[in-house]
Design a protein around this ligand. Structure first.
Ligand code: SF4
Length: 193
């Protein structure tokens, strides 16, 4: 059995586990670290090509439920300025998640048991966490990372429906970052003239 064919289950499981207990959101770090590890040490996009559950899910859903128009996405979505701009924005939001956790760690502010959708809308999420289970900063990081993962998944689903199934992959921050690393590596591996 080829287990990699079933990796589309992973993002569904991830969000379900997070609703049950937000601490499971930490598992999202696997999706942050693995693509970088393959790109930095292997110089390749093995994660995107073979292991990404989210990428697989965006293929699986339209195949199963015919829920994608299949239209070509506007060109600006795959333009360099948008892809790199979105990468910078996304990383800034990720840094903000770390910063907010740091503030909670330092006692500057208290734990907020909310999930922030589209970096704007606070959804009460206290039912997915029991105070004191882990240090407050670790819980804050969970809420922040889950917010980031859920927001990006919803954006991915929207563009999947509106355009081609894997439109998200054209501007996915992890895809852009690993592509950049692979390019830099390919350049640095060239023998000196
Ligand atoms: S571009 Fe992003 S969503 Fe697409 S396969 Fe790569 S990591 Fe996954």
């Amino acid at each position: 059995m080829n287990w990699r064919k079933y990796l589309w289950i992973w993002p569904i499981l991830y969000f379900a586990l997070g609703m049950f207990n937000i601490i499971f959101a930490w598992l999202g770090m696997i999706d942050f670290m693995l693509p970088l590890i393959f790109a930095i040490f292997g110089g390749n996009k093995y994660f995107c090509n073979k292991l990404c559950g989210r990428g697989q899910l965006f293929v699986f859903l339209p195949k199963k439920f015919k829920c994608s128009t299949g239209k070509l996405a506007p060109r600006w979505l795959s333009s360099s300025w948008f892809r790199y701009g979105f990468l910078v924005f996304f990383m800034a939001m990720f840094c903000n998640v770390i910063y907010q956790s740091w503030l909670v760690f330092g006692g500057v502010r208290s734990l907020r048991e909310t999930v922030k959708l589209f970096w704007t809308f606070n959804i009460p999420f206290g039912w997915a966490y029991t105070l004191g289970t882990v240090p407050d900063w670790a819980a804050q990081f969970s809420f922040g990372l889950y917010s980031l993962m859920l927001t990006s998944a919803i954006i991915g689903l929207i563009v999947m429906v509106l355009y081609r199934p894997r439109t998200w992959c054209t501007f996915c921050p992890m895809g852009t970052m690993t592509q950049l690393i692979c390019k830099l590596k390919a350049g640095s591996d060239k023998p000196l003239p």
